[in-house]
Design a protein around this ligand. Structure first.
Ligand SMILES: NC(=O)c1ccc[n+]([C@@H]2O[C@H](COP(=O)([O-])OP(=O)(O)OC[C@H]3O[C@@H](n4cnc5c(N)ncnc54)[C@H](OP(=O)(O)O)[C@@H]3O)[C@@H](O)[C@H]2O)c1
Length: 284
């Protein structure tokens, strides 16, 4: 499904932003992507948008992929990350809505506490981390704007370009052990499925809350086992360890109900093994 018009991708250098810009451009869509590189074609500092509306090119729709996406970075710099993830994002969304653009903001399963599987979109939010709390505040701010706005919550997005998987592949090729966490869980979605769903949301100018996650949660050890199998590498190189994170902040459940997305766009939850095996096949 190809959206029409010109699409602004805020955060075009990130994992999702870069993948989305490639996906849409390959489908013939006109894309303008922002960057934090001063020498880039369209500079945008989201933090500055917390104070003043940014000058943005006209767009029919926009996807807000920019943000401080690491939980640890938000804990380390609560005020700075909030300026980006909440105040800046809502400021940019407000400026775009005023232009008449449809705005889609990317949120996270971390708006929930990870204590229940297959969270429904209307369930009360209950974040455990600063990152999660910032995502809740941004969701409220964006969805509270008077215009066509949507939010897409994502679980862990996997792609062959992800540094963790590239590091693991390189280590396994060199015969060096890898150390996946026993106490961290993921319900991964592949980047291309995320891009396909975003394209559907853009085309439909879908207002409200949407969700995208894998079908089931498994540990990073399970991720490593499936990945090693896919690479035909030596399973003896898997050396499981604990993350060292506060157990109270760990989320054993990251799955999100996707019944609406399946019914409306024909996009459902991918199986854990399929997601990981497909990436291993690319990196083999
Ligand atoms: N990837 C996932 O598994 C996942 C899961 C759930 C939700 N999400 C959400 O999806 C969105 C995209 O995630 P991602 O994985 O693509 O993150 P990412 O790879 O870390 O990319 C984030 C992008 O935001 C840019 N950025 C950070 N601070 C900025 C600022 N002050 N002004 C302008 N740009 C700024 C970064 O620029 P630089 O490249 O210059 O650093 C980067 O290009 C984020 O909102 C994230 O919270 C992602």
């Amino acid at each position: 499904m190809t959206p029409g018009g010109r699409i602004l991708v805020a955060g075009g250098d990130g994992l999702v932003g870069a993948g989305l810009a490639r996906h849409l451009s390959a489908a013939g869509v006109e894309v303008v992507a922002t960057t934090r590189r001063r020498d880039g074609p369209l500079f945008l500092d989201v933090a500055a948008a917390a104070d003043a509306p940014p000058a943005l090119p006209r767009a029919d729709a926009a996807v807000l992929c920019a943000g401080v996406a690491r939980l640890a970075d938000c804990e380390r710099d609560p005020d700075g990350s909030r300026r980006v993830n909440v105040d800046g994002i809502v400021g940019i969304a407000a400026a775009l809505v005023q232009q008449g653009a449809y705005v889609l903001h990317l949120s996270s399963d971390k708006v929930f506490d990870g204590q229940a599987a297959q969270r429904r979109r209307e369930a009360p939010t209950c974040p455990l981390t600063r990152y999660g709390a910032q995502k809740v505040a941004a969701e409220r701010g964006v969805l509270g704007l008077d215009g066509e706005v949507g939010v897409l919550r994502l679980s862990k997005v996997l792609a062959p370009s992800l540094p963790l998987l590239n590091d693991w592949a390189a280590a396994l090729r060199a015969g060096t052990p890898i150390a996946p966490f026993t106490d961290m869980y993921l319900a991964p979605v592949p980047l291309d499925l995320v891009c396909r769903l975003i394209a559907c949301l853009l085309r439909a100018r879908a207002v409200g809350l949407y969700q995208c996650s894998g079908a089931s949660d498994r540990s990073y050890v399970a991720l490593a086992e499936t990945f090693v199998r896919g690479l035909s590498a030596d399973p003896a190189l898997i050396a499981p360890c604990r993350s060292g994170l506060d157990p109270a902040a760990l989320s054993p459940n990251t799955t999100l109900d996707m019944s609406v997305e399946a019914a409306r766009f024909g996009i459902g939850q991918p199986a854990f093994d399929d997601v990981v095996s497909d990436i291993a096949a690319v990196l083999r």
